[in-house]
Design a binder for this molecule. Structure first.
Ligand code: NAG
Ligand code: NAG
Ligand code: NAG
Ligand code: NAG
Ligand code: NAG
Ligand code: NAG
Ligand code: NAG
Ligand code: NAG
Length: 411
């Protein structure tokens, strides 16, 4: 009995701590990475206020791609939205208690989405209307924020009756971000266009959201295959991203030779080419080691997803030789330095108007880039799989690598 209770205490302890680590959002490559949502109350109205809501992406490499963000919350009282610019609610809800002028949205828990870039100018505000896309800080800091404006009614008419919205959720469109309750912060100060006058918000609330791959509860989206010269050595592990042809229920797939390859636009479920790994993204790491003073890697990214053009794609690659990188061909590059880990991690992303978009599966769904490393005599070895990457992320999600025993140059 004593033994039993001790072991169950131990078991509980293990369970609690394992679940703690797996929900842990801390990312050593981006320790301060977060998304901050700021509500600036910019004006009073007769029954509420006007607020500008801005979503700032303070993450180094994780961006929000198509089909874009969804921001939700629950009103504390019976607030309604009279009007919006630069964004819209997905549903109007029940506005039957209103006569005459009808609000745009009466839902207790509204969900807001961005507008498309083709929105008429009179419905836009600054920083809006990007179809829900938000760049990462490294890739395009000028486009790392997204704003909309809303006029809130039935909220009383003093700042004492205003209530901060509760249960703020940020989806992309699946889960992945966990947000903490809003806090009242120092009001934002705005510099006028002529830079000669500073105005300030009447009230400002901040909400911080952090990403955790655990919350996405989704299958991996990419896998890595390894080659040495023209020889395929370790393929993408079987069923990396779902089950193959025999289980088309788990994830739909199409034969690339089929004449009816669908051309649907960005929708959430991928439709992939049938492969043994079923991944929407395949990354090939191909080595050439036989130069005297340097070695070369060709990375080929293949899009096998018919439902997605990956705009602003990026890779995070971890390899111990990145401190000896000489040159990168075919992509942009930034070392992700950190005080806590060795500087062995690089971010690579496409060049705008050249290969910044990884096109949907088919003839153009491929991007190739090259890395040239100096051979550091102290560490370079062709053995034990040293020349292969330790980790690769595509668009922030970790890719499935072949197991270490599959590494070719172990001999
Ligand atoms: C969010 O990120 C910004 C920029 O890196 C940082 O200044 C801020 O402290 C972070 N906020 C939280 C709550 O971690
Ligand atoms: C605040 O609202 C009033 C009345 O609708 C309007 O005249 C004024 O321009 C607004 N101010 C700002 C900063 O939007
Ligand atoms: C509400 O407004 C009053 C003045 O109108 C101001 O003194 C007070 O600080 C405001 N409260 C908050 C929480 O902003
Ligand atoms: C907010 O979410 C929590 C947990 O999901 C729930 O218990 C609570 O009732 C929600 N609050 C509101 C105001 O909806
Ligand atoms: C609130 O968020 C804004 C925008 O990210 C930031 O500039 C400001 O420092 C934040 N305030 C606090 C107190 O965190
Ligand atoms: C599909 O299932 C059949 C029988 O269950 C099996 O013979 C075949 O090898 C499977 N094919 C694949 C691609 O897994
Ligand atoms: C990808 O982009 C091409 C060219 O802009 C377009 O024709 C195609 O429909 C897009 N595919 C998806 C899935 O959005
Ligand atoms: C990584 O690089 C940064 C900036 O160059 C430097 O401050 C840091 O000490 C380096 N870390 C290690 C472990 O070398």
């Amino acid at each position: 009995m004593n033994f039993l209770s001790k072991s169950s205490v131990l078991l509980l302890f293990v369970l609690c701590c394992t679940s703690f680590t797996s929900t842990e959002a801390y990312d050593p490559l981006d320790p301060n990475g977060n998304i901050t949502i700021k509500w600036d109350v910019v004006n009073w109205t007769s029954d509420g206020y006007v607020a500008v809501v801005t979503i700032y992406n303070y993450q180094q490499y994780r961006h929000i791609e198509a089909p874009g963000w969804l921001l939700g919350w629950t009103w504390a009282n019976n607030e309604v939205i009279w009007s919006m610019f630069g964004g819209q609610t997905t549903e109007q809800g029940d506005c039957s208690r209103f006569k005459g002028k009808i609000p745009r949205c009466c839902k207790k828990s509204p969900t807001v989405v961005d507008l498309s870039p083709r929105t008429p100018r009179n419905q836009k505000i600054a920083n809006c209307c990007k179809g829900g896309l938000i760049s990462s800080m490294v890739q395009d800091p000028a486009h790392a924020a997204s704003s909309f404006q809303l006029s809130v009614g039935s909220a009383g008419n003093t700042n004492k009756t205003f209530r901060i919205p509760k249960n703020i959720t940020l989806n992309t469109p699946g889960p992945g971000y966990a947000c903490v309750p809003a806090k009242i912060v120092r009001p934002t100060r705005f510099l006028s266009a002529d830079k000669r006058r500073i105005t300030q918000a009447l009230m400002t609330w901040n909400i911080t959201c952090t990403y955790s791959q655990f919350l996405t509860r989704k299958a991996p989206t990419c896998c890595v295959s390894l080659s040495y010269f023209n020889k395929a050595i370790a393929p993408c592990p079987t069923s990396s991203c779902g089950r193959g042809k025999n289980n088309t229920v788990s994830r739909g797939c199409v034969d690339p030779k089929s004449p009816h390859v669908p051309g649907q636009r960005n929708i959430i479920t991928p439709l992939v080419q049938c492969t043994s790994h079923m991944c929407p993204i395949k990354i090939q790491w191909r080595l050439k080691l036989n130069y005297k003073d340097y070695w070369r890697v060709t990375i080929t990214i293949t899009n096998l997803n018919y439902h997605m053009n990956y705009t602003q794609w990026n890779l995070i690659v971890q390899h111990p030789n990145f401190d000896n990188l000489m040159q990168v061909f075919g992509s942009k590059y930034k070392a992700l330095t950190s005080l806590s880990t060795t500087n062995d991690t690089a971010m690579l992303w496409g060049i705008k108007h050249y290969n910044g978009v990884l096109m949907q599966a088919g003839r153009y769904g491929i991007v190739r880039l090259e890395l040239l490393f100096r051979k550091d005599k102290a560490t370079f070895t062709s053995k034990k799989g040293w020349a292969f990457p330790h980790r690769i992320y595509f668009n922030g999600d970790s890719c499935v690598l072949p197991p270490p025993y599959a590494h070719p140059l172990v001999a």
